[in-house]
Design a protein around this ligand. Sequence first.
Ligand code: ATP
Ligand code: MG
Length: 467
Amino acid sequence: ESNHFPTNIVEPGQRPVSSDAPLIPLGKNTRIVLSVFEKGGFEAWLVGGCVRDALLGRPCSDIDIASNARWQDVQRLFEAQGFATHETGVAHGTLTVVVNGQPFEVTTCRCDGSYKDSRHPDSVRFVSSIEEDLARRDFTMNAMAYHPGHGLVDPYGGKDDLDRHLIRAVGDPKKRFDEDALRILRACRFSAQLGFEIEEGTYKGMVYNKGLLYKVSAERVVHELDRLLMGDYAGQALVNTVDALSAVLPELVAMKGFDQHTPYHIYDVLEHTAHVVDGVPPYRLVRWAALFHDMGKPACFFSDDDGTGHFYGHANVSVFLAKGIMARLKMSPAFAARVLTLVKRHDEVIEPTPRAVKRMLARLGGDTELFSALCDLKRGDARGQAPRCAGRIGVADELERVLAEIQAKGDAFSLKDLAVNGRDAISVGIEQGPAVGAALESALTAVIDEKVPNEREALLAFLREQA
Ligand code: ATP
Ligand code: MG
């Protein structure tokens, strides 16, 4: 069965192209791909995300093609034309073909065409079993196929849902999320990328099945969470889908609806977090830090005699939770360490003076990128607080201006900038081992505090005193 693909190709002339079908402009490479299939006697359709993105007028990341050719035939056809192919997923019938540097994922489907009587006897429509391929897809907006000669095949009303900004499961939501729990996170992620609502029954199906997310590998969870956090509508999606996300991020539950009881905050902890995520630029490091920065607040809450809420030490509890989450999700230790530094220091007051900025840079190991990320986080944090805190945005701007000044002047702010090194320290009598690092640290502090100039002789004298 799996080796048999019908070859009763319907000539393009037989295809009724519906006049109201939207026209999707295709790139040159895409047209080449489709023509290679057609000249070889096969059918090929654009399917899934690229059709969705084209209808939305968004750039699409990758183009998926469904064709009725077996992968071996696809390989033969394209290599005969001089195009490279890669066996990226041949176990599931997927082959990647590369045309002028652009990759296309080609998957085999039983998308041979046939005519079928519709319910209305006056209209006999062309129905392709490409529909069978589409039935297996997750959401209506992802379950459309397009061919420039045959138009749009949209059996589940994906175009209407796109127009209504709705994410809707294909078929029975409970069944579809039970089949594959990853789809739950995909819905949250699409909502964050597109700003779409999730249709009510679909969302119920997600929440009903969220307990199955334990089956999804950490890598796939992170992949979806990354894209969610980087979305233009990440904050809104975080708040709207928290009851689904809670299965992979149970730490969010305490944040939801947690009233901060302070004049500095007009939002609950989750809403504030959502504003901060949106308020920082879209790069991974700072978006994850934004997600985590106040996670420890509910656990650190106490109310003083006036009823004002306080959260002393919350940054450290946020670090504690974030560390656990990133380990559980198997995120890279190097990335996690930088995120944790931002979470730990997000609330520290840094004076916008060269000395204070250099001291912080020294604490960050001289990592100026991390310092800028900290400024981004501080600005985002201020944007998510009450309007009276807006002044803090200016402080973060000041900090970055001071950083630029320090960099322009070439001032020392890390051990590698010092005019002496470990060997020098040992040569003046400091004991080999941790004492070397400690002596260099105090030399750096002395330079930053302008007690000693960053010159070799002066620093050697300073180190000699430490020995
Ligand atoms: P993007 O590429 O922007 O992340 P996409 O929708 O193209 O979004 P892909 O992972 O590239 O996502 O998948 C391509 C298509 O395959 C989807 O549009 C969808 O039709 C189908 N698909 C992907 N993952 C699933 C899944 N878990 N369940 C059902 N269908 C899926
Ligand atoms: Mg895709």
